[in-house]
Ligand binder design. Structure first.
Ligand SMILES: [Zn+2]
Length: 138
């Protein structure tokens, strides 16, 4: 294979590594327990992610609802397509549900790096405000 543009020490293109990360994430999601198995007392979990970006228009907010047959998986790739980071709410979600909390709000900052141009990778630092709402079975 000819790779005339590859430079020594240059990692794969952001697009390729993002694809790999998404595939890894999908595999991890596929092998995680379902909500019913992990959290038998839960009827559904609603998760809202609101992104805060100061230097450019923020990615669209995301909302998802996990029902008992869904995978209990709470890690999400950073929405910027050139970033290698992810937001992992798994520990916080598990902790909140074990304590039977009905709401959990907080924020996280992406610790990934963005390939804004070909020669430099800059810290992403995209902030997400998360809001978790848990409905328990009666
Ligand atoms: Zn990021």
């Amino acid at each position: 294979m000819r790779r005339s543009h590859a430079r020594p020490g240059t990692p794969g293109t952001p697009g390729a590594s993002r694809k790999e990360r998404i595939e890894q994430s999908l595999r991890a999601r596929a092998t995680s327990d379902t909500v019913r198995t992990a959290f038998p007392a839960v009827e559904h979990i609603r998760l809202t992610l609101t992104f805060i970006e100061t230097t450019e228009p923020a990615p669209a907010p995301q909302t998802l609802v996990l029902h008992p047959p869904a995978q209990a998986y709470f890690a999400f790739p950073c929405p910027w397509s050139d970033c290698d980071g992810q937001f992992d709410l798994g520990t916080m979600a598990r902790d909140a549900i074990e304590r039977r909390k009905t709401t959990l709000d907080g924020s996280l900052v992406c610790d990934g790096q963005r390939a804004r141009n070909r020669s430099a990778r800059l810290p992403c630092e995209l902030r997400v405000n998360y809001s978790l709402g848990v409905q328990y079975l009666k």
